[in-house]
Design a binder for this molecule. Sequence first.
Ligand code: ADP
Ligand code: MG
Length: 269
Amino acid sequence: MSETTAILPAVTDAMALEAESVSAWFGDHKVLDRVSLAMPARMVTALIGPSGCGKSTFLRILNRMHELVPSASLAGEVRLGGDDIYDTGVKVVDARKKIGMVFQKPNPFPAMSIYDNVVAGLKLTGTRVPRTGKDDLVEECLTKAGLWLEVHDRLRRPGGALSGGQQQRLCIARSLAVRPQVLLMDEPCSALDPTSTRRIEETIHELAGEVTIVIVTHNMQQAARVSQQCAFFLAEQGQPGHIVESGPTDRMFGAPDDPRTADYVNGRF
Ligand code: ADP
Ligand code: MG
């Protein structure tokens, strides 16, 4: 059996986000073991694998949210455009500005207006936009998130009044407002109905090519539909999570190297 290291594409300038030999712990419980993955710029990478194998932990390491847990520690490197995001000279807020996150459960500020939800990301990260530019930015972000046509005449309504799928697209718009290079999405559709899921997938298609997307999904059809690259995570018999195999989505689904990948993507797990 091959070692835990993934098959890495050659590292070039075009590789937006790279994790190299990332291990993670909560206290002395090791949950990730030497995960290496290059996530090419302006492509969609899907992280797949059973619950508990460390996908969310890995995603949180990619934008320095892991360090918010007091017991958490990690080893290894994460680079964006070649620069270590954990370098002592890098401010956390600057790393998170470049690397946005959308969660499983839509979490807009419910009492805040749709408009203010979109610009809230700017305030949280201290990003300055001239007052006159805000309207344009709100329109642009809501358009990219596929929500503008539905809400343009009710921007002062509270975010919490939207449907679940609309709320998730509002959260995507909020993330986009700071113009991130990377968008991390942790099971963004698992709380949504099939129609809303389809709308989010369309949004992902439209955003890819502009931002680098890393999405965790339990839906294999979704992984096949939206991603160009997949990484299969597994935690075996109490072992920490690791990447069994990663590569182009077509190959991961059509002709994976590892029988465990074939079992998982074919639902025999
Ligand atoms: P996945 O997203 O693949 O389901 P997670 O990254 O959520 O996996 O979890 C990986 C492991 O880390 C699990 O064993 C989980 O119990 C543990 N874990 C996750 N978050 C914490 C935390 N805040 N404190 C302690 N253990 C955690
Ligand atoms: Mg998870």
